[in-house]
Ligand binder design. Structure first.
Ligand SMILES: [Zn+2]
Ligand SMILES: [Zn+2]
Length: 363
């Protein structure tokens, strides 16, 4: 039996202070006091540990950044010189001691380089999962459950109504529509980091081997993923393509671009968006999405619940989304649970969220 299951949070041992004594919520973010570092700080700090490259987690201007090599590569590409002072890579599974806190990064299965932060201090193990999902993704290492005393979980889709259907079924809908309307272009709104590359690998896995056309804002990260060994097949720039070339073509663009002027260059486009939020039909309709594809890089309700079982933590801290339902669920399973009031996180799938179309790139 693991240490996690032997722990009893109701009877703290004097030598084993409860983790809320050494991990604190501050305005800058989650602070690991003895190590003097923040995890995914929302303001520039002296020492930051960054779980992954999405812009609400990885922000510029920290003096010292610790992250996986993949995340650092993404941060360098997106932020350039503003990325911060010193960047320290830590490979998955490698250990490091910061001020008496043992730190380890393990895969979170969210996007390339994404990591959970495993912290051990004063006899307790705390896992800060960042964003994660449990279903297969060819673009990143799979989520690794780590038994712990306290599990800090996201809850972006923390309501029982959010159950993502199988990914290949959603991709099948897109391919079916393309077969049905061979003269029309299909433009799919995808978030630039992660969703774009994942959708491409899903399409390739489903046997789609024609070129895929990209909005300019999606090109740099696709190039980076390619350099990191993620096979994406033939990609072409949509921005310079002739309208005639895009007849019957599959075009990927940031979500905000699919509904605007940019998409008008396409031949009678079928507008699709790939996002966990497409489960909400009303949201799809409001945005003029003809073909909603429910594909997410976040755990759905079942994955969140299963993960609580898998890590076996007697206590969970819930953040980053709809905390209440998951707190309630955990409590009903005999797990101590509370919402963690972290600010500054927005889901990257949301239109008007932290990253909009373009973001420093040519359209
Ligand atoms: Zn994320
Ligand atoms: Zn996030």
């Amino acid at each position: 039996m693991s240490a996690a299951h032997q722990s009893n949070p109701d009877r703290p041992h004097p030598d084993r202070p409860h983790p809320d004594r050494w991990i604190k919520v501050r305005p800058e973010g989650l602070y690991v006091e003895p190590g003097g570092f923040y995890i995914d700080p929302v303001r520039p700090v002296e020492r930051a540990v960054v779980t992954h490259g999405h812009s609400d987690h990885a922000r510029p201007g920290n003096r010292h950044v610790l992250a996986t090599p993949g995340t650092l590569a993404i941060m360098r590409q997106r932020m350039g010189a503003g990325v911060g002072g010193s960047l320290q890579p830590l490979e998955y599974g490698e250990g490091l001691n910061i001020g008496g806190v043992a730190v380890r990064l393990v895969p979170a299965g969210h996007v390339l380089g994404s990591a959970q932060v495993v912290l051990e201090h004063a006899g307790s193990r705390v896992v800060v999962s960042g964003d994660y999902k449990r279903r297969p993704d060819r673009t990143c290492a799979p989520f690794e459950p780590v038994p712990c005393d306290v599990f800090v979980t996201e809850a972006t889709f923390g309501l029982p109504v959010f159950r993502h259907p199988p990914d290949l079924g959603e991709v099948g809908k897109l391919l079916h529509s393309m077969a049905l309307f061979p003269e029309r272009s299909h433009v799919v709104g995808v978030y630039a980091l992660g969703k774009c590359q994942r959708l491409i690998t899903l399409l390739r896995a489903a046997g789609y081997d024609r070129p895929i056309w990209l909005h300019g804002a999606l090109e740099p990260l696709c190039r980076l993923y390619g350099e990191w060994g993620v096979e994406l097949g033939e990609l072409r720039p949509a921005t310079v393509a002739a309208k005639e070339d895009l007849k019957g073509a599959l075009v990927l663009a940031p979500p905000a671009a699919v509904a605007d002027r940019w998409a008008r260059r396409l031949a009678d486009p079928v507008v699709a968006v790939a996002s966990g939020w497409m489960r909400v039909r009303q949201r799809a309709r409001q945005r003029g999405v003809e073909l909603p594809l429910v594909i997410s890089d976040h755990a759905d309700w079942d994955e969140l619940c299963r993960t609580l079982e898998d890590v076996g933590a007697p206590e969970v801290w819930v953040t980053h989304g709809r905390e209440e339902a998951l707190v309630h669920y955990a409590t009903s399973r005999g797990i101590r649970a509370r919402a963690l009031a972290l600010i500054g996180f927005e889901d990257e799938d949301l239109e008007g969220g932290p990253e909009k179309a373009g973001e420093g790139e040519a359209p």
